[in-house]
Design a protein around this ligand. Structure first.
Ligand SMILES: *Cc1c(COP(=O)(O)O)cnc(C)c1O
Length: 408
């Protein structure tokens, strides 16, 4: 038997089924008209933002990293809840524009920005978090050509990374950001060339559950930002401090101690270096904001035995939930939180392998998991599906097409 990860708080049982937003899984599938289906919960999105606002100092703004879940209804729901939006492509810029988000609230980070993307962002008044000297030169040239001063920040590749981070985004040679020691000269150059200076972006890691690691990283980020600001010799209008707060996916994972992170940050802000006294601060979060608010529902199409092992074969799989299959940045496959949604709360009576419908042994949703007996037609729920699910999975693979998505 292999345990499954912890089911996030806020999910309920109704008539023996998993319920989201007061509706059973069956009712939600009926509403959407088909499986597989991603269900995102407004109430859980609201609750997560409220928890962050309560814990973090008022001075610290909240940005949503759109790539975690760019569904139009999710973006629109987040629009009044957060302060800013972080995008990573002109496609995401178009999605934010469609949701009516003021471009002044948007910053654009990411390596390999094309000229047409830079132009669209400059023209709209989006802040460009510059990833290299070459990108800075292209940005300035395009700004001159179209007669608009680009709003520019510099993404810093710090010499440190967040310890215990699931995905290290700083420290050593990286495709992200400008090496810290080169930042002051580049910043002075873009300011001299007429860019509107927007400050610094320092992102040190992702999917961290340890409050200590987050607190340490935030301390390092503030210290580095102060040092760089002194060296640049211009005030830092805004500092995007990164985020990196993780969510529990696997057995033994525990949630980030958010009040402790907030209290430590409040203390740091009380003793902020003089060079950052007037700097607007923000954190950027993707997964932490939306990950636990989503569930992936898929229907059991077949139930079969092979060499004494029971397989529940679903109509979903890694083409929608690559991460749950263990093929998106994990070394050892572990089980995401999952359940039989139509027998929610029933006692586990058997051990099953829940698999997808793709012709590859990689397509597994849960291995050797203890579940109540499920039959063809039952629904399986995979939790923590609100971030890096639908759009971070190869939905064209094998031609089944994308899953349905609803916000309730
Ligand atoms: C992906 C990314 C994020 C969001 O990361 P999460 O782990 O989802 O919070 C934030 N900032 C940058 C620069 C990113 O690339």
């Amino acid at each position: 038997m292999k345990p499954v990860g912890p089911i996030p708080a806020g999910y309920e049982e109704l008539d023996g089924e998993l319920a989201i937003g007061g509706k059973t899984a069956s009712a939600l599938v009926a509403e959407a008209g088909r499986t597989p289906l991603f269900v995102y919960s407004r109430a859980l999105l609201d609750a997560r933002v409220a928890a962050l606002r309560a814990a973090l100092p008022q001075r610290v703004g909240l940005n949503y990293a759109v790539k975690a879940n760019p569904h139009p209804l999710v973006i629109a729901h987040m629009a009044p809840l957060v302060d800013g939006f972080d995008i990573a492509s002109s496609g995401e810029l178009a999605m934010c524009a469609a949701a009516g988000i003021d471009p002044q609230r948007i910053s654009f980070a990411g390596p390999g920005k094309r000229d047409d993307e830079l132009e669209a962002a400059i023209a709209a008044g989006v802040t460009l978090n510059c990833e290299s000297e070459g990108e800075a030169a292209r940005t300035l040239a395009i700004g001159q050509r179209i007669g608009t001063a680009p709003r520019m920040a510099i993404r810093v590749n710090p010499s440190f990374a967040m310890t215990g981070s699931g995905m290290k985004m700083g420290g050593g040679a990286k495709q992200f950001g400008v090496d810290a020691e080169k930042v002051p000269e580049l910043a002075r150059h873009v300011i001299a060339q007429g860019a509107e200076w927007r400050g610094l972006h320092i992102f040190t890691g992702s999917q961290t559950l340890s409050a200590d690691a987050i607190i340490e990283a935030q301390g390092n980020v503030l210290e580095l930002a102060a040092k760089l600001t002194d060296a640049i010799g211009h005030g830092c209008p805004k500092l995007n401090m990164g985020g990196g707060l993780g969510i529990p996916y696997f057995p033994g994972d525990t949630p980030v101690d958010l009040p402790r992170v907030g209290a430590a940050l409040a203390q740091r802000i009380e003793h902020l270096p003089a060079s950052l006294a007037d700097t607007e601060l923000c954190m950027e979060l993707g997964r932490y904001l939306v990950g636990e608010s989503g569930v992936y529902l898929t229907r059991i199409i077949d139930r079969k035995e092979s060499h004494g092992v029971t397989f529940l074969v679903t109509d979903g799989g890694l083409h929608h939930q690559l991460a749950a299959s263990g093929n998106f940045g994990t070394v050892v496959r572990r089980n995401y939180p999952s359940a039989i949604a139509t027998r929610y709360g029933a006692r586990a009576t058997e051990e099953v392998n829940i698999v997808g419908c793709l012709c590859t042994p990689l397509d597994r949703l849960a291995d050797n998991a203890a579940m109540p007996r499920a039959e063809v037609g039952d629904l399986v729920a995979v939790f923590c599906a609100g971030a890096y699910g639908a759009t971070a999975s190869p939905s064209a693979f094998l031609g089944h097409g994308p899953a349905a998505e609803i916000l309730v």
